[in-house]
Design a protein around this ligand. Structure first.
Ligand SMILES: C[S@@+](CC[C@H](N)C(=O)[O-])C[C@H]1O[C@@H](n2cnc3c(N)ncnc32)[C@H](O)[C@@H]1O
Length: 192
């Protein structure tokens, strides 16, 4: 398999299996979500953006801490599954949008969660996507980057590189972080 960025690849994965990364049961996934949520520095946020929301596990956790969550994915089937998981939460909006596409919100976000998605973009495309995002974020927005560190055949980048490229394209100050053999989580605040 070679690195993939196309929506058809991800949509086919969800059509073959509604939980293609074992988000429901895999200890790495369950623990990562808890680490990520615990690293958020503020108790509450006004509006969160979550690109690559998959079938909605992190979305659901964010909905407890945010007045509004905009959850997006490149794969329409992922959004159907996320909608079903989050159906009781009126503060979640699901939208088909891919990191790398033109920014399309007038909203101001005070939290952006980029988890296990940046490594699906080639380095130059990721840099350009983050530069565009940075141009639309307010000073003080919290940005969380959380990525599996190992090389994978369908990833353009490993997690360390994905976080490094993202941080180099985003004017920021570090807030918190977590590192082990498997996952790297960087929490930063946007600065001028
Ligand atoms: C490994 S899952 C990560 C799910 C979740 N964010 C997490 O950390 O558990 C990757 C998700 O990103 C989606 N995806 C891949 N490329 C994307 C892109 N450029 N923009 C938005 N979503 C994308 C896939 O469809 C898939 O649902």
């Amino acid at each position: 398999m070679s690195p993939r960025s196309d929506p058809e690849f991800f949509d086919a994965k969800y059509r073959a299996d509604p939980d293609p990364w074992n988000f429901d049961t895999d200890w790495y996934e369950i623990r990562k979500r808890k680490l990520l949520m615990a690293l958020l520095p503020r108790p509450r946020y006004h509006a969160a953006l979550e690109p690559g929301c998959a079938n909605g596990h992190i979305t659901l956790a964010l909905a407890q801490r945010c007045d509004r969550v905009v959850a997006t994915d490149i794969a329409p089937r992922a959004l159907e599954l996320a909608r079903a998981r989050c159906r009781d939460h009126a503060n979640i909006v699901m939208q088909r949008w891919a990191l790398g596409e033109a920014w399309c919100w007038a909203d101001t976000f005070d939290l952006v969660v980029v988890s296990e998605v940046a490594y699906y973009l080639p380095a130059l495309a990721l840099r350009s996507a983050i530069e565009d995002m940075a141009a639309h974020l307010s000073i003080g927005t919290i940005v969380v980057l959380s990525h599996w560190r190992h090389d994978e055949k369908d990833h353009h980048l490993n997690g360390d590189r994905a976080n490094q490229i993202t941080l180099s394209a985003l004017p920021h100050q570090p807030v918190a972080g977590y590192l082990d053999d498997d996952v790297r989580i960087d929490v930063v605040t946007v600065r001028p």
